[in-house]
Design a protein. Structure first.
Length: 418
C-alpha cells in the first residue's frame, strides 16, 4: 500500500513538472515569422528594466500622501506632582498635535506629484531604450542570416566557375592553374561560411537576451522590414519632440523646483502646537487642561539660504531643459538625414547597381567557356556581385537602424514597419 501511494505521488510530481516545463516553453515561444514590431513589443513586455522602472513609479505614487499628511500626534501621560509623603499625586494625559499655518503640506504634495511625473517619464524612456536595443539585435541577426544565405549562393556560383574551368582544362583550352584558382575562390567563400555559423548563433543569443529569453532558445524566421513610409518632414518631427520622455522629465523637474521654493517660503510662517487632555490634582480633583503654542521662525539667515538654494535648483532645472531641448532637436535632425541617406543608398543599390552586377555574370561565364575571356574576368565579376549584394544587405540593415533611431529620437516606434 505504501509503495502504491509513493508511486502515485511520483506520477503527480512528474505531471506537475512537465506542465511547468510546457508552460515555460509556451511563455518563451516567439511568433513565426518574427517581425521588427514584434521584437519591440515583446521586449517592452518582458524586460526586467521596465518592471523595475514601473515599480519605482508605484513607489513614487505613495509619496504625495506621505509628505502631505500631518505629523503624528503625541500622547503624553504625565506625573505633574508627587509629594514625598506619597499622599496623592497630580497627573495629566495630554494629546499634542502640530498644525502649520501655511500651505506647506499642499506644496510638498505638489513637489511629490512632480517627482511622480518625472519617474513616469523615465519609465517611458526606459521602454524606448529597451526597444532600440531589441531592434538592433534583431537587425544584426537578420543581417547575419542574409549574409549566410548569400554566401551559400556564392559557393554555388563559385563551384559553377570550377566546373567551367575543369571543362576547359579537360578540352585542353585552359591551364590547370585556372582550375586551382577557381578552387581557391571556393575554399575562401567556404571559410567565410564556416565563420558565419558562430556569428549567427551569437546574434541569436543576443536577440534572445534582449527579449529576456533563454540565450539558447531557437529563433524563428525573421521578416525583412518593409520600410516604405515617406521620411517625415523636419516640421513634423520637431512638433513631435514634445512627447520625448526626457523633456517631460525636465518639465517635471521645473515644477518640482517651483514647489520646493514655496515649501522653503512656507518655513517663514509659524506652526501651531495644540495640547489638551484630562488632568487630576489633589487640591481641585479632576479637570481639563489645554495649551496652544506657536513656533518662532527667527533664524532668518537659515530660511533665506533655503529659499536661495531652491531658487538656484530651479534655475539649474530650467537651464538643463533648454540644453536638453537643443540637444534632442539636433539628434532628431541627424536621425532624419540619416534615414534619407540610408534610403537613397538602398534605392541606388536595388534599382541600379545590383542589376548591373548580375548582368555581368552570364556574359563573363559564357566568354570564359568560349575561350574569349580569362578566368580572372569571371572571378572579378563574381566578386563584384558578391560585394554589391553584401552592400545591399548592409544598406537594408542601416536603413532599419536609421528608422529605429528616428523613432527613438521622436519618442515613438508607432511608425516602425513590420
Amino acid at each position: 500500500m505504501n509503495r502504491l501511494i509513493a508511486f502515485i505521488v511520483l506520477l503527480l510530481a512528474l505531471a506537475v513538472t512537465s506542465a511547468g516545463r510546457a508552460a515555460a516553453q509556451t511563455d518563451q515561444q516567439l511568433p513565426s515569422p518574427l517581425g521588427l514590431r514584434d521584437v519591440i513589443r515583446i521586449a517592452s513586455e518582458r524586460r526586467d528594466e521596465i518592471a523595475a522602472a514601473r515599480a519605482r513609479v508605484r513607489a513614487g505614487e505613495a509619496r504625495p500622501t506621505i509628505v502631505s499628511a500631518l505629523g503624528d500626534p503625541m500622547l503624553s501621560p504625565s506625573l505633574d506632582h508627587l509629594p514625598f509623603m506619597l499622599g496623592g499625586a497630580d497627573v495629566s494625559v495630554t494629546l499634542e498635535q502640530q498644525i502649520p499655518f501655511s500651505g506647506i503640506r499642499g506644496h510638498r504634495r505638489t513637489s511629490a506629484l512632480a517627482e511622480v511625473d518625472r519617474l513616469r517619464a523615465e519609465a517611458s524612456g526606459t521602454t524606448l531604450d529597451v526597444g532600440i536595443e531589441a531592434a538592433n539585435a534583431y537587425l544584426m541577426l537578420l543581417e547575419r542570416r542574409r549574409t549566410a544565405a548569400l554566401v551559400s549562393e556564392q559557393i554555388a556560383l563559385a563551384r559553377d566557375v570550377v566546373s567551367a574551368a575543369n571543362a576547359r582544362y579537360a578540352s585542353g583550352t585552359a591551364p590547370q592553374s585556372d582550375v586551382l584558382r577557381a578552387e581557391v575562390e571556393v575554399a575562401r567563400i567556404e571559410a567565410i561560411a564556416r565563420a558565419l555559423v558562430g556569428g549567427v548563433r551569437g546574434a541569436e543569443a543576443m536577440l534572445n537576451t534582449s527579449l529576456a529569453l533563454d540565450a539558447d532558445l531557437p529563433v524563428p524566421e525573421l521578416m525583412l522590414p518593409a520600410i516604405t513610409q515617406p521620411v517625415p518632414s523636419w516640421t513634423a518631427v520637431k512638433a513631435a519632440l514634445t512627447s520625448r520622455p526626457e523633456l517631460a522629465a525636465g518639465r517635471a523637474e521645473i515644477v518640482r523646483a517651483n514647489a520646493d521654493i514655496e515649501v522653503m517660503r512656507d518655513m517663514f510662517r509659524p506652526m501651531a502646537t495644540i495640547r489638551t487632555g484630562p488632568s487630576y490634582t489633589m487640591a481641585e480633583g479632576r479637570g481639563w487642561m489645554a495649551m496652544v503654542g506657536i513656533s518662532l521662525p527667527i533664524w532668518r539667515g537659515k530660511l533665506d539660504a533655503g529659499v536661495a538654494e531652491a531658487q538656484a535648483m530651479r534655475a539649474m532645472s530650467e537651464a538643463d531643459l533648454r540644453a536638453m531641448t537643443r540637444m534632442i532637436e539636433g539628434q532628431a535632425a541627424v536621425a532624419v538625414y540619416q534615414v534619407q541617406a540610408a534610403r537613397e543608398r538602398q534605392l541606388a543599390l536595388t534599382s541600379d547597381v545590383l542589376p548591373r552586377a548580375r548582368m555581368a555574370i552570364e556574359p563573363a561565364v559564357a566568354g570564359y567557356a568560349s575561350g574569349q575571356l580569362p578566368l580572372v574576368s569571371v572571378i572579378e565579376a563574381v566578386q563584384a556581385l558578391w560585394l554589391v549584394q553584401s552592400d545591399l544587405i548592409a544598406a537594408d540593415t542601416e536603413l532599419g537602424l536609421a528608422w529605429v533611431r528616428l523613432g527613438r529620437a521622436v519618442g515613438s516606434y508607432e511608425a516602425i514597419a513590420q
